[in-house]
Design a protein around this ligand. Structure first.
Ligand code: GLP
Length: 241
């Protein structure tokens, strides 16, 4: 595990964008695993800038998002479909058939998970999986206690996670109870992993993830077993290491 510490959020984002850009330049048909959340927004902004400068081409890049809230339509302001359009896909030349995000609207979650898994299998392994980390150590929506053998599945969100996003949904009653997420097993099959964390709220989960015991109570701790992980932190997120 390689740990890179940058001064601030901007530095973390630029370093992350550079690593993603290297991947796409080295292999234009790369399969990228992509996260949502506040952490990667500036990384996406940097990638969009590189695209606008003519440095990056997304036309052959294949993307798989980590997760989606169950029950939200793609146009819901808090859906990850919408997030990805607004932060990346509306601004670059990625093609619709190469973009994959779990279907949060389906009535049949089981078959939606199965078809996401089949889509993933068609491409073999994810070349570069980018991850954020939740304050409770979750990655994707693999909450503490989620079965690490799951490939893609419907999971129940923890109270901590739901409460954290409640203000954005206009109250806890509007926050979905479930989500569809890529499982730890799929994440661990990726060739390379990039874990990003910024800010004080991530200091303890980051420490637990990279220095603590490997335990289902801290899903990100599984990354200690992956052969090619780069962690990029800002000073605040690194403050407990
Ligand atoms: C969400 C997402 C995760 C993300 C995490 C951290 O629950 N499902 O993929 O990494 O929370 O979010 P943020 O970057 O906003 O702190």
């Amino acid at each position: 595990m390689r740990v890179i510490i940058k001064n601030d959020y901007r530095g973390m984002s630029r370093e992350a964008a550079r690593i993603v850009a290297h991947q796409v330049l080295a292999k234009p048909e790369s399969v990228l695993g992509l996260p949502t959340g506040d952490t990667p927004t500036m990384m996406y902004e940097e990638l969009v800038n590189m695209y606008k400068l003519g440095l990056l081409d997304f036309s052959r890049v294949v993307t798989f998002n980590l997760d989606e809230y169950y029950g939200l339509s793609p146009d819901h302001p808090q859906s990850y479909h919408r997030y990805m359009r607004e932060n990346l896909f509306d601004h670059v030349n990625a093609t619709n058939e190469n973009i994959h995000i779990p279907d949060g609207r389906t009535k049949d979650a089981k078959s939606a998970c199965k078809s996401y898994q089949e889509d993933l299998s068609r491409y073999g392994k994810i070349d570069l999986q980018v991850l954020g980390i939740g304050p409770n150590g979750h990655i994707g929506f693999n909450e503490p206690g989620t079965d690490w053998g799951m490939t893609v599945g419907l999971v129940r969100l923890s109270d901590t996670t739901r409460n954290r996003v409640a203000p954005r949904f206009g109250g806890i009653k509007n926050v979905p109870v479930h989500a569809i997420t890529m499982g730890i097993k799929t994440i661990m099959r990726s060739k390379k992993i990039l874990l990003l964390a910024s800010g004080k709220a991530k200091a303890i989960p980051t420490k637990r993830a990279i220095e603590g015991p490997i335990t289902e109570a801290v899903p990100a701790s599984v990354l200690q077993l992956h052969p090619d992980v780069t962690v990029i932190l800002d000073q605040e997120a690194a403050s407990q290491l």
